[in-house]
Write a protein that binds this ligand. Structure first.
Ligand SMILES: [Zn+2]
Length: 110
């Protein structure tokens, strides 16, 4: 709310333009306000997307008007650690599956 000019407006979290207080969405960029912010920009939505999309959730972290800049760095760190974990686990799974494959191919020969 802009209290200096006594106008019933607030600043859009994303594009920084003024929007009337009664509007729930910015007329310029479509960003919601308060409970009208899209679910994928809220904290629980970002955490869900990190679990579902891994490193691709970074897109929503960067564009989120709700998440503050220091928190964006923390989310980035979490996504990086989670991505490294996923890559290590995928390599381990590949190694295990190739051993199982070798075991089956040896046993079929004899
Ligand atoms: Zn806007």
């Amino acid at each position: 709310m802009n209290q200096i000019n006594n106008i019933e407006e607030r600043t859009c979290l994303k594009c920084k333009r003024q929007m009337p207080l009664e509007h729930n969405y910015c007329s310029s960029c479509g960003t919601g306000w308060g409970k009208y912010v899209h679910w994928y920009y809220k904290h629980w939505g970002i955490i869900l997307l990190i679990l579902l999309l891994g490193p691709f959730a970074m897109f929503f972290v960067i564009l989120s008007p709700v998440v503050s800049k220091p928190l964006k760095w923390i989310y980035t760190l979490i996504i990086a650690i989670f991505t490294i974990f996923l890559v290590v686990e995928a390599c381990e799974l590949y190694r295990m599956l190739s051993q199982v494959y070798k075991l089956f191919s040896y046993s079929s020969v004899f």
